[in-house]
Design a protein around this ligand. Structure first.
Ligand SMILES: C[S@@+](CC[C@H](N)C(=O)[O-])C[C@H]1O[C@@H](n2cnc3c(N)ncnc32)[C@H](O)[C@@H]1O
Length: 292
């Protein structure tokens, strides 16, 4: 078993940075939106700020706030944006930043790639903050929940009325049991959800399957859709306003069902309720075996 003391510094702060191309492609999706304020809750070496700069959006946005727990990284990013007064870099724990901002400030766009840190690797104070964020929004807190889950919930709380969130998160959001409450929370708090999946690994150095999650707030619920891509090359043609949304089911169930069309889903529901069929569990005990 690998102990906390033997883990690398990179793993302890969940520091796997987003490839520049992915950050640039994500930012481009919001190029024509009227965005006044942006938050990057865990900016690392500032790849999303660089993407905003590259897309010439820095001048259009009134306030860009970036948070980073690691002092050296925060300094580096601050130094790079010294002459951009609308950019502010905070060297602090995002959980503290969230507590300070909640109820005072909201953001039109939250962008980033939150840290993937296991509960065991969090400091005691962070565990308490994480539990508090989850519980105060009707979710359970337990030792299986990774830090990115609390980051997501906190960031959605900081969105403006029609705010949007674009996060790179582990593909496990689609089906793991520890994200059950999160799936329900997202369906209840967002009007539109787009998930972009990739056939090929997007992070070349780690075996982590990721998805790009785009959540949009609004008064009218539009639903959820999954867009499957081979690699990053399909991003150019992506239009967030195009259709293909399925009605969102406000349940904790896995989201893998949204990979199929509404028509296919309806057929499955029909077969499930047809009493000419019976369930495997009527004949035997079914369990998942050991997974690698
Ligand atoms: C997955 S990296 C992503 C960095 C950058 N957003 C990117 O996309 O390349 C996560 C970052 O979160 C930072 N981090 C970890 N825990 C944090 C916390 N509690 N508050 C703020 N930043 C944190 C890490 O130091 C790391 O730089």
């Amino acid at each position: 078993m690998k102990l906390k003391k033997d883990s690398t510094e990179q793993k302890l702060r969940g520091a796997y940075y987003t490839p520049q191309q992915l950050a640039t492609d994500m930012v481009r999706l919001f190029e024509t939106d009227d965005i006044k304020s942006v938050l990057e809750p865990s900016c690392g070496d500032g790849v999303f700020l660089d993407a905003l700069s590259e897309a010439r959006l820095l001048g259009k946005i009134h306030s860009i706030e970036a948070v980073e727990i690691e002092e050296d990284e925060a300094k580096k990013v601050r130094g790079r944006y010294d002459n951009a007064p609308q950019v502010r870099v905070f060297n602090e724990d995002f959980f503290d930043f969230y507590k300070e901002q909640l109820g005072k400030k909201t953001y039109d766009l939250v962008l980033g790639n939150p840290p993937y840190i296991r509960y065991q690797y969090l400091q005691e104070k962070q565990r308490e903050c994480q539990a508090q964020i989850l519980k105060s929004h009707g979710m359970k807190s337990n030792k299986l929940i990774n830090a990115w889950v609390a980051f997501m919930v906190a960031c959605i709380q900081l969105l403006s009325e029609k705010g949007k969130i674009a996060f790179v998160i582990p593909a496990e959001i689609l089906q793991v049991a520890y994200a059950e409450d999160l799936r329900l929370y997202l369906a209840d708090n967002l009007a539109k959800i787009t998930l972009i999946t990739f056939e090929q690994l997007v992070f070349p150095d780690i075996e982590q399957e990721v998805v790009v999650f785009i959540g949009e707030k609004g008064n009218e619920e539009k639903g959820i859709r999954i867009i499957e891509m081979k690699d990053l090359s399909g991003f150019d043609t992506l239009n967030l306003n195009s259709n293909g949304f399925q009605p969102m089911q406000h349940v904790r169930e896995k989201w893998t069902k949204y990979f199929i069309s509404k028509k296919e889903l309806d057929l499955i529901q029909k077969l499930k309720s047809d009493n000419r069929f019976s369930e495997f569990s009527d004949y035997g005990l079914i369990n998942i075996g050991i997974t690698t």
